[in-house]
Design a protein. Structure first.
Length: 606
């Protein structure tokens, strides 16, 4: 197979810096010379304006295990180097502006450089998950019509396998060699922007309900998402974010890379997740110096999914007492200023156990999705982190609830119907943070938006159902003006988590929350099954804790009747699961989510 390598010259004014070639593959910044100088430029867009203002000597990225570290000066220089390399190689095939550039890279400094280099080329960055099978990656490459495929040396073989699959297009291919610690920059100058950016990012949906769709997020929306989070979560140059997340999802890229870069925070990569290593890293700054084996700077910002928090707490008792003591200091509110949980519903016991273990740190919940970034969040003040709630619309985001049957907008001040039951509706959103389109799928795009009657931007239909209510003691302005009014409580996906049984609506997430509060249950997935009598009936797939084998009545294994007895004072009769299946584990994707449609077919055969 032959590989063609390429990219293009951009047309708008850029951020300027000088560099000189070091060897065939790498370029090293140096002082401007009167002789044979090469000038490179970066676009005048918000993320590069932010980079310009950062102290070039401040820390940007750390590799936790190897302790390799890179400053913001290194980052700017290496982005310029990578961007020019890409553009030089693609110069024969035309412009990259607005083109999709796919890349395979490990969670590392190399990933950050590649992402920003694509932005700098005014192209659309398309992160690929190295964990995906070849067939799925081929589908993404075909569907996105990617013009170029970049891969680090680690994933070069996998990239070649993708290209051997007979794709409908012939993307360019380039292996990105490992970036070593380089020099900083000499001088930076920004020129005014003369034309709108064509760049941005494209992420693919998880495909839990349909074939994955390419979500095109323009550069302006990425900047708006970062601006919203900067205001709500107070990122700062003093923050050190421990990065444990996959990097083909919105919160791994926007929450934990792009927004920290805007703020000048430092990011420390530790992936894949390992319970013992994470605890040792959190403990490291509080151990005796001669016993530290990891970077000493304390972690101030930590974001993960519920399964990671559960794994950390399960593994904590097996740690050495000295590590335990130091780790508890590391996750205390005095040192870990923000801990966030997302991507799946947070069980109350998980939240309570983490608060107890950390000495008062309360997990912050938020609501987001690929198409909108983060849209709703609880506040920084602990009183604004209400159990079961995802909080309020973030700065710059408008939200409303719409009745799923009548399409009527539910008034913001109306919490319940005439019978006192909470009013539930689909969350609809609008604002500068919303994506532009589903790539190559005009039908799906048009069906996902509703025209606004006030002449403003159209509303995006999230497909998630929620209720709202005022919560005593919350929303008093301590987290900011945005965190006020009724709080949102997610009930689940409109298509899979809202079960209609006998004329009643059941939130699968509510039932799961109650199940997970029982000591016998480790995991739970509530689904709806077809029922001739009721339309649908509530069913549950469980994973039991090890001590549940003899915790049932009369010393027998814990079973359906034990479940019903435990839930009778917690759930109304129509919400009670009518069928129960027990598995050793519930299949989940990389973000801890369950494909419930697939689970129903696999477990119940319907």
């Amino acid at each position: 197979m032959s590989f063609r390598l390429s990219t293009t010259r951009l047309l708008r004014p850029r951020l300027c810096i000088a560099y000189a070639p070091r060897n065939r593959h790498q370029y090293l910044p140096r002082t401007l010379s009167a002789h044979a100088r090469l000038l490179s430029t970066l676009p005048d867009i918000p993320i590069f304006r932010a980079l310009k203002d950062h102290d070039p000597s401040s820390l940007a990225v750390v590799h936790s295990v190897s302790t390799r570290s890179f400053t913001y000066g290194n980052l700017i220089a290496d982005v310029l180097r990578a961007k020019d390399d890409i553009e030089r190689k693609s110069s024969k095939t035309g412009k990259l502006a607005g083109e999709r550039v796919a890349f395979l890279a490990e969670n590392s400094y190399d990933y950050v450089v590649t992402l920003l280099a694509i932005f700098a080329s005014d192209a659309i960055a398309l992160p690929l998950s190295p964990a995906f099978p070849i067939g799925e990656l081929q589908y993404i490459m075909d569907n996105s019509q990617a013009k170029m495929l970049l891969a680090t040396e680690k994933y070069a073989d996998k990239a070649q396998q993708i290209l051997k699959a007979g794709l409908n297009q012939d993307p360019l291919f380039d292996i990105r060699r490992k970036i070593e610690k380089g020099a900083g920059t000499e001088s930076i100058q920004l020129d005014s922007l003369k034309q709108p950016s064509s760049g941005g990012m494209m992420l693919y949906t998880s495909g839990t309900t349909n074939r994955p769709k390419g979500v095109l997020i323009p550069e302006s929306a990425l900047a708006a998402q970062a601006s919203s989070l900067l205001q709500a979560w107070n990122y700062s140059p003093q923050d050190r974010l421990l990065h444990l997340l996959p990097l083909h999802h919105i919160h791994g890229v926007v929450n934990a890379i792009i927004t920290p870069i805007f703020a000048g925070s430092s990011m420390e990569f530790m992936y894949p997740f390992n319970t013992a290593q994470v605890w040792k890293r959190l403990a490291a700054p509080f151990l005796d110096k001669d016993k530290k084996a990891t970077p000493s700077s304390k972690i101030t910002f930590f974001t993960a999914v519920p399964t990671i928090y559960n794994s950390l707490m399960s593994g904590f008792p097996s740690l050495d007492p000295e590590i335990q003591s130091a780790a508890k200091k590391g996750i205390s509110p005095q040192h870990l200023r923000l801990n966030i949980s997302g991507s799946a519903a947070l069980p109350t016991p998980t939240k309570e156990k983490w608060t107890a273990l950390s000495g008062g740190n309360v997990l912050l919940e938020r609501f987001g999705m690929t198409e909108v970034g983060m849209a709703i969040s609880c506040g920084l003040d602990t009183a604004d982190r209400v159990d079961g709630s995802v909080g309020w619309p973030l700065p710059g985001v408008e939200a409303r609830l719409v009745d799923t049957e009548t399409d009527a907008v539910i008034p913001a001040d109306q919490e319940a119907d005439s019978n006192g039951r909470p009013l539930e509706g689909e969350i609809q959103l609008r604002g500068d943070t919303i994506f532009r389109e589903y790539w190559g799928n005009e039908k799906a795009t048009s069906e996902s938006f509703v025209e606004a009657k006030d002449g403003g931007k159209p509303w995006f239909k999230t497909g998630d159902v929620a209720s709202r209510r005022i919560v005593d003691g919350a929303g008093k302005g301590k987290s900011g003006e945005w965190a006020s009014g009724p709080m949102y409580f997610i009930q689940g996906r409109k298509s899979t988590d809202i079960i209609k049984t006998g004329g009643e609506k059941v939130s699968a997430l509510e039932v799961e929350r109650e199940l997970l509060s029982l000591p016998q249950i480790a995991e739970a997935a509530v689904v709806g099954l077809p029922s001739e009598q009721w339309g649908q009936k509530v069913a549950v797939v469980l994973v039991l804790n090890s001590d549940a084998a003899t915790s049932g009545r009369n010393g027998k294994s814990w079973g359906p009747m034990d479940m019903r007895r435990a839930l009778k004072d917690r759930l109304a009769g129509y919400k009670m699961p009518q069928e129960m299946k027990i598995l050793e584990s519930i299949p989940r994707n990389a973000m801890g989510k369950v494909n419930k449609k697939a689970l129903v077919k696999q477990v119940f055969g319907v």
